[in-house]
Ligand binder design. Sequence first.
Ligand code: ZN
Length: 252
Amino acid sequence: MIAFISDIHANRPALQAVFDDIDRLGTVERIYCLGDVIGYGPDVEWCIDAVTSRCKLFLMGNHEHAVLHGAFGFHAGAKRAIDWTRRQIEALDPAAKRKAVQDLLKSLPIRHAIEDVLLVHGSPRDPVMEYVLESDLWEGADPSKIDEIFDAIPRLCFVGHTHRPGVFTADRCFLAAGELPDGYDVSDGKYLINVGSVGQPRDRDPRACYTLFSGDAVYFRRVTYDIDAVSARVRAVPELDPRFADRLYRGE
Ligand code: ZN
């Protein structure tokens, strides 16, 4: 079994709960991280270290990109969080640790392939930035967007970025993770699977989310964690918008 995690957003209790769940299962051979380890949350160094030590892959998310290159297109609160996150990294001590983290972020890949399974943060045609949304399937949406995205998928593509877990099918359906309690067979055809968010779910289920992949099927896992603990830490940092703490309770 492979585990995909994404969008941790510096939420240590959520990431720890997911790793504990993976360890309890005992069937996961490798963990791949699809990006956005940082941004919004307080536990910058711990989350980078934990992902680096436990995951076979750490992909570039738009929040890592923003720390390196500037938070273009971010709303004011998210930009302040990115600027604060960058300062946390610049303040890492000793200097060798700081340089190691900065070098790591600069070297993050934007895509990774496991045979015919593509891994990106956002979308196969714009790996770091583009969102693939349920609304892209709605009437009135430009149909060429989903067509081009599926054309760029070898067989399967795992993404994060929207924080809304589920499966997009080639015949233009979105199956939300909550509708798939027994998993979903992806052995035949093309699929784009959103693995959900560990540290900031936005599908109105506040539990940490990650995804297991057997080679034939995907299984969405939800894990409770100590939201009070991380929200108290968010509120203790003036540069982090307290709304980032509130939304964790609602899963939005
Ligand atoms: Zn994210």
